[in-house]
Design a protein around this ligand. Structure first.
Ligand code: APR
Length: 233
């Protein structure tokens, strides 16, 4: 093990939760092949038909509630626990499988299990079912919404994430198609900071060429292998 273990920054996407039974967005049969994202994942869609948006997230919340973390989530929790340097996990996912495996991830696109008020900004643990008429528990306005970042909204913690990327010795992107910014640009920021970059994915992504290295295969096999290699280095 290197005496001066550098900081490892990990970005995960839907592919890390695929083998837990949660759908990805752009693979065959993915979420965006079945729903129009403009209707269910934009502020305009929410203004037009808030109950359609709530129904979409109620279904995803029910689906996610029954999911269990898989070997990839467990391997990242092991890395965080056993690696002598700092490990930061940033996720685009709104499920809580990293937390269920023991990792406190930075949820840049929010979380399905949290709700917020569009009027006063209050936040609370989301009930399984949310409806447009639900009054905010703080200001009583009927303006509750999932605490999820929609297209056209600013993702969370971007300054904190920029600081992590700037200090990364290793940057790994796991199970993401690299089609949505700003997450798709993190690999370039990490490279500029001198990080060694690795993509772990079932198949080549839009941004594969930006990585120094790739491990191809299902996350439940490739992530444990990668973690074992890091911990036995
Ligand atoms: N193991 C590893 N990678 C996998 C697996 C698997 N078992 N299954 C699928 N993948 C990979 C696919 O090859 C693809 O590159 O996961 C990626 C899934 O890509 P997307 O469906 O586009 O998901 P993601 O990259 O997380 O989307 C980013 O877009 O819709 C928005 O906010 C949403 O956070 C999401 C963002």
């Amino acid at each position: 093990m290197d005496r001066n273990p550098g900081k490892i920054v990990v970005l995960t996407g839907a592919g890390v939760s695929a083998e837990s039974g949660l759908g990805t967005f752009r693979d065959k049969g993915g979420v965006w092949t079945r729903y129009d994202l403009n209707e269910v994942a934009t502020p305009e869609g929410f203004r037009r038909d808030p109950n359609k948006v709530h129904d979409f997230y109620n279904a995803r919340r029910r689906n996610a509630a029954g999911a269990k973390p898989n070997a990839a989530h467990a391997a990242l929790a092991r890395l965080e626990r056993d690696y002598p340097g700092e490990v930061v996990v940033i996720t685009q996912n709104v499920d809580s499988l990293h937390e269920a495996a023991g990792t406190a991830a930075i949820h840049m696109h929010g979380r399905l299990d949290r709700a917020t008020c569009a009027s006063c900004g209050a936040g609370w643990d989301a009930p399984m079912e949310m409806h447009a008429a639900d009054p905010c528990p703080v200001c009583s306005e009927p303006s509750t919404r999932p605490d999820v970042v929609w297209f056209g909204e600013v993702p969370h913690a971007l300054d904190e994430i920029a600081g992590h990327l700037d200090a990364a010795a290793v940057f790994a992107a796991i199970g993401t198609s690299g089609q949505v910014h700003p997450a798709a640009g993190f690999v370039s920021e990490a490279r500029r900071a001198g990080a060694r970059t690795i993509e772990i994915n079932l198949a080549p992504s839009e941004i594969s060429d930006l990585f120094h290295e790739r491990i191809e295969g299902p996350a439940t096999q490739s992530v444990p292998l990668w973690v074992e290699r890091l911990l036995s280095a």
